[in-house]
Design a protein around this ligand. Structure first.
Ligand code: ATP
Length: 348
């Protein structure tokens, strides 16, 4: 039975001990995952880490080799795709080229045998949702890439799925359009209140869009948490490296510098270059070094600083806050760099 709205399980997805084996190869290994109702969850990871396979198992296009999958609190492990309350948006849009936008969006309703009047009304409101009511009579080739992407989204939303699966839906767009679409996608998700499970290999995209990010590596989840948690407090070296720049201190170096024998990851924007007369602040760990490189990136400046033990640390600071300080530290300068002990993430 289809769960009623108001049911606290509606929109929840959970995987228990899910493994997917292709031949001898485990693409997904004993995975547990709980997606909350109405959540925007991203699955982030390098190519081949198993994200798409997990998405396809949730949709039912792929059977789990072992383990269980439930949707809305109901076990669907053996339920075929068309009987699951999920819908998928793919990267290649898959619009019918000879049908108008209106016909494309209404296609799923027609297949379900909905009457013309009901179809018109729902197509109209789905197009409003993605802000494209004015292109209803056009053909797909008369739209831009970003517009086609939104039409693909409208076509999925019109079927009122409880969970929407999105496989790199912005992958084909250029950077500028992609960033604009990210913001729109987030707004649309908030408005419709449907659970979104979003696959991407772009870390910035995952951080921008998600309530939580699941970081995949080799068929497993390395870490799951809010964007801030996975970025600021990576629990493994893989997560630290995969999500942006990081200063990785091996345990022996950390012991010399910070006095405790544990590997650390510190984000460059948490590291500051101290002025010649500046002292360490309370709770701050500092180390002496020589500036090897000063890199201007536009919004910020990065300082590559050689410190003891053959280690190079990166300090980054926004240019807006220190318009003149950016010139103050030059290549070759002897400096100290420091960070608050609280801002260093401990790695196992
Ligand atoms: P990408 O970002 O490149 O899409 P992904 O993280 O989504 O990567 P998957 O597509 O889930 O990764 O693939 C995981 C692994 O499983 C890969 O090594 C892939 O080659 C393998 N794989 C996926 N589908 C099949 C299949 N039908 N037969 C055999 N191997 C497969």
């Amino acid at each position: 039975a289809r769960p009623q709205s108001g049911d606290p399980h509606v929109g929840a997805v959970s995987l228990r001990g899910v493994t997917k084996t292709f031949g001898e190869f485990d693409a997904v290994k004993d995975l547990d995952l709980d997606v909350r109702p109405g959540e925007f969850l991203s699955m982030l990871g390098p190519s081949g880490s198993g994200k798409t396979t997990v998405l396809r198992m949730i949709a039912g296009f792929e059977d789990a080799t072992s383990g269980a999958i439930s949707l809305n609190g109901v076990d669907v492990t053996r339920v075929p795709p068309h009987r699951r309350q999920v819908n998928t948006v793919f990267q290649d849009y898959a619009l019918f080229p000879h049908l108008t936008i209106e016909e494309n969006v209404g296609y799923g309703l027609r297949v379900r045998g909905e009457g013309r009047a009901a179809r018109r009304e729902r197509v109209g409101s789905a197009l409003e949702q993605v802000r494209l009511a004015h292109v209803a009579q056009r053909l797909p080739h008369q739209l831009s890439g970003g517009q086609r992407q939104r039409i693909a989204l409208a076509r999925a939303l019109i079927l009122r799925p409880q969970v929407l699966l999105l496989d790199e839906p912005l992958g084909a767009l250029d950077k500028q359009l992609r960033e604009q679409m990210q913001i729109e996608l987030k707004q649309i998700q908030r408005e419709v209140g449907i659970t979104f499970i979003f696959v991407t290999h772009d870390q910035e995209e995952a951080l921008t869009l998600s309530d939580r990010v699941a970081v995949f590596n080799g068929g497993r989840i390395e870490q799951i948490g809010t964007p801030r948690e996975v970025y600021e407090y990576p629990q493994t070296e893989f997560v630290a490296r995969f999500l942006g720049l990081s200063n990785l201190l091996p345990a022996d170096a950390a012991e010399r510098i910070a006095g405790r024998r544990e590997a650390l990851s510190i984000r460059p924007e948490r590291v500051r270059v101290l002025g010649p007369d500046e002292h360490a602040r309370p709770g701050e760990v500092t180390v002496a070094g020589v500036v090897a490189e000063v890199v201007y990136t536009g919004p910020s400046t990065r300082y590559l600083v050689d410190v003891e033990g053959g280690l190079q640390l990166i300090a980054e600071r926004p240019n807006a806050h220190h318009p003149s300080a950016a010139e103050a530290v030059e290549r070759g300068a002897a400096v100290r760099v420091g960070w608050l002990a609280d801002h260093a993430a401990r790695l196992p």
